[in-house]
Design a protein around this ligand. Sequence first.
Ligand code: MLT
Ligand code: MN
Ligand code: ZN
Length: 310
Amino acid sequence: MLKIRILGSAAGGGFPQWNCNCENCHQAWQNSPNTQARTQSSLAVSVDADNWFLLNASPDIRQQIQQNPCLHPKKNKRHSPIKGVILTNADVDHIGGLLTLRESQPLSLYATKRVLNVLHTNSLFNILNPDYVIRRELLPDQKIELCFHDTQASGIEIETFPVPGKVALYLEDEKAGHNFGSIPEDTVGIKVSSINSGKSFYYLPGCAALPDDLGERINGSDLVFFDGTTWIDEEMIKTGCGIKTGQRMGHMCMDGENGSIHAFQRLDIKRKIFIHINNTNPVLLENSAERTIVKNAGWEIGYDTMEINL
Ligand code: MLT
Ligand code: MN
Ligand code: ZN
């Protein structure tokens, strides 16, 4: 058994975003049947339906726990089915939820050295009491079995690998040249496997390009969750919501020659699901032409509480 739940299918800001009145958000604020609200980027995974690991911890985690009964406390006065968190980068939408996971609950926290360093250097994260929250380093291309806080084996294996991306927005160094001081460890993808069943999937919520070696890595897989931030690269600018392209933010758009739909066409992947979808992306509107194009290209649009069993 390998159970996956999408806790949050939106990019940073969620859908609708608190200060956004773009065409999409406007409809979402009106509760249009054409839209479905979405929380920020996170997945949960389990091999026994009792113990869960989170892939990223979004600032919406409290709402996400509420929306997913599998994550409710069940046993003692203090209990959580959440046994740990794996981080793919240090973006606010992926680490903000750690602050909600305080209250001296045993947890196992996994991230690259670079991302762990961000947590170490910001004293706010000391609220995660080190007596209860063990921080464990992920090395590139290393396969490890996830452990609970007490080193009990979980039956879940992960493999992390660098993907094209960018350092977190609040750490960008303008003086460091075109990539703002980004290093490969800033953004990773994860392969998650059930040790018992051998079933596996890939999770890449932030990915700026699909070079050949990355394509080869994920080719032939049963399931890939992929960065669906924008439809076109200029989307933030065209919708009047920002001044940056998707590429500038470390994301690959869906449409066009340089887009993910085109790049995945040469790959053989059973299920492809877009996640980390920005509120400006027209695929969020259920009657949009873009939504139809995505579906016809064999992709699914992830939604909150979506469950997949491999
Ligand atoms: C991103 O995915 O580009 C970031 O989450 C943006 C942000 O930090 O708000
Ligand atoms: Mn993000
Ligand atoms: Zn918006």
